[in-house]
Every structure is written in structure tokens, then in C-alpha cells.
Design a protein around this ligand. Sequence first.
Ligand SMILES: Cc1ncc(COP(=O)(O)O)c(C=O)c1O
Length: 450
Amino acid sequence: MQSETSQRKPALFGRNAAESAPFAARAEGIRIWDEAGNEYLDASSGAISVISVGHGVEEVVEAMAAQARAFAYVLGGRLRHHPAEDLAQALAAMAPGDLNRVIFVSGGSEANETAFKLARNYHVVRGKPEKYIVLSRRRSYHGATLATLSLSGYEERRGPYGPLLLWEPQVAECNCYRCPFGLSYPQCQLRCANDLQRAIDEYGAEKIAAFIAEPIVGAAGAATTPPDGYFQTIREICERNDILFIADEIITGLGRTGRNFGIEHWGVVPDVITTAKGLSGGYVPLGAVIVSDKVADAFDAAGKPFVHGFTYMAHPVTTAAALAVLNVVQREQLIENARVQGERLFSRLAVLADSEPLVGEVRGKGLLAGLELVTDPWTKQPHAKSLGVTQRLIAAAQARGLMLYPCQSGEGHGDQVIVSPPLTVTAEEIDAIVERLTLALADVRADLDA
Ligand SMILES: Cc1ncc(COP(=O)(O)O)c(C=O)c1O
């Protein structure tokens, strides 16, 4: 049934205004229905990895309502509350190594902003005030605020903001499908990882506070995954130069890749992990900065606070929602499900890639899969940007009842999309996703050939 709002000119402005988009009516599990009754498989979990326990989980809704009834908000620093402390304990137990302290914010960009300020403040309290620069990689996405966008290698999103952006990413990306140095692994000896040392030497280690990277690249590179040794080398370089390593796990955290955190695939312990999206399963906006004892203890030793705050930090209702989400993740063993169904997803996508000439590469881990589309898998030649292949696929998929997420394409890269269904996905649902994706790709190919 169409609501009255559907008939009016949108008052919403910006990304959510798209006049042609249907209104959502309800959702359950991995399915969403619009007002006209059309069904969509939410195969990207919203904006990649947001929906973790599925739509419409009553116990999450109940936890939020119960908390709002008890008290919706208290002033941090004057009163503590159990949802935030319990959630922090739970995250500390899940995080690797000595990552035992947690700061809660309202999303991924705020989490990364917080991590940059934390890194800078950490060096200040240790008596190294000259350390302030944060390094990042050329194909990356760390957020939409000015500092996080400054460090993001995502040309379309940097777009009109050039003069406002403080920095640019300085370190080569790690992408074995299109190596920025034209080399092959392992003969390359991880030149991309060692490019971090080159950038450090250029500025001087005494000026560098931190390095940030996504364990598996999200929207900037459709699940580009590094080879073994890459993050181990990054960790060593950070250690050697007294630089904090921030793992941006906004997408890869909380089970998405079949491990608690994506960086664990390489046995590396960062100094700081930022995470968001699936943390609250899409029910409320929430992000977290998980801080190592090494970093937190430096503030304690100096007797100085971390100078930073937002009104909605560690909000009782959002942390209560995330605690309920985490209970479902653990009780239903959804991280193991992500590993198992991820294997099924990748085996189905490999079959698809063999038969569909548009697909150049399938990559990723667990339930985070990326597809790069090219004119010919042998030459890896990208389609002309003007053809808008990514947008054609997104539209064709939606027409087939499938939601995918578009990624950065552009200069020297193919069109890219992400498939990242909720952690609850079943074997039958994986098959249905790949079936609809196969049809959508055939639609796009027919359209391009016409
Ligand atoms: C890796 C990564 N970091 C940071 C962000 C920013 O998070 P948010 O959009 O919640 O501010 C995103 C969002 O897509 C992301 O994918």
C-alpha cells in the first residue's frame, strides 16, 4: 500500500532523497519489502555489513525499549551505566591481544576521528608532541568527516572538497589484481607494505603519529584482500618507528569475515581497532574505538585524560541494542555461520566467474565478497567509466530483487560491487543471492551488447 508521503515531492535532501527509489515497508531476516510489495534480498546488509543479526529481531527491539523506559540518557563522567560497561567488557573479550578499553561513538567516521585524536594525544602525553601526522593508503575509505575524508583514497567522495581536506593518502594500496608497482606476489617482496617505510622516511618518523588501514578494503576497493605477510610487515614497520597501527574494522569487525575481527586472519594485533556498522546490527547508530592497554596506560601513567567527547558517546539505548545484538551473534554462533556460508558464497561465485565474462575477479573473506567487472577477464581491461557499468548492475540487481553495494571504480580499475549478506544467511539464501546476481549480470551484458 502506498502512503501519502509517496506522492509528495521529497523534503529529504542528499543521498537518501533519490526520487525514483521506492519506500521501504517492512523487513525480516535478510529480506526487505517495499510499499508495492516487491521483495529484495538485502545482499549487502545495507551500506556493507550493517545488518548482522537480520532485520526484525524482537529481542533487540525489546532491549532498546526497556532501556529507554529505564533511562534514555545520563551525563557521562557523572553517572556510569551497565549497557556501556557490559558492552565494553564483551568487546574487550572478543578483541585480540591487549585491546581492552573501549570508547563508544555514533558511527564509523566518528570512530576514526576519535582514533586520530587519540593517536595524537597519546604521543603528546608521552612527551612526543612533534608526532601528529596520520598516514593512510591510496585506495581506502575511512569516513565522510573532513579528517577521515582527508585520509581516504576515494576520488568520487573527495570530489568537490579538495581545498577543505587537510591531507592526502601517502602510502601505496595493496592490490594483487592491479599491483600499483606492476609486480606479482611473492616476487614483489611486499613492496606495497614497505611503501609505508618510504612514506615515513619522507616525513621523518619523529613526525608520524599513526597509520590507518582496512584489513580488507570496503567501498574503495570491493573487498581487496592482502596476501600473507602484508599486515605482519606493516605491524613491524609501525613498531620500529613508534607509530600506532589503527585497524579500520568499521566493516570487517564483529564477525563479517568469519573471525571476530578481520585483522586476526593475519595474526596481527593493532594498537587501536575502530568498528561500527554490524556492531549494532543496523538498529541504531553506533561505533566503537577499541584501545590497547599500551595506549590507555600511557594516559594513566601521565595522569592526563584523553581530551575528546561527543554528547552521544556511550549512549544507553544504543549500547543496550548492541549488547542484545552481540548476545544473538554469540548464542546463534553467527561468526561461525559467516565462515561456513562464506565458503559456500565463494564457491558459488567462483562458478559464476567461470561462466560470466564480465567478472574479472572475485575476492574477500567470509561474508564479505567483492566482484570486479571488466571487458575481458584475460586483459582485465576496465569498461569506459561513461558506460556506468556499476550503476547498471545495481539497478539490474534491484529489478531482480537483489540489493548490492556499488564501490569506487575509476582510473585504471574495473567497476566493482560488494556482496555482504547478513551473518544469519542460510545456504538456500546464498544460492538465491547468487542466482539473482547471475541473472542481473546477464541483463547488464545483454544491455552492453545491444
Ligand atoms: C572502512 C570504513 N571506515 C569508515 C567508514 C565510515 O563509517 P560511517 O559511514 O558510519 O561514518 C566506512 C563507511 O562505509 C567504512 O566502510
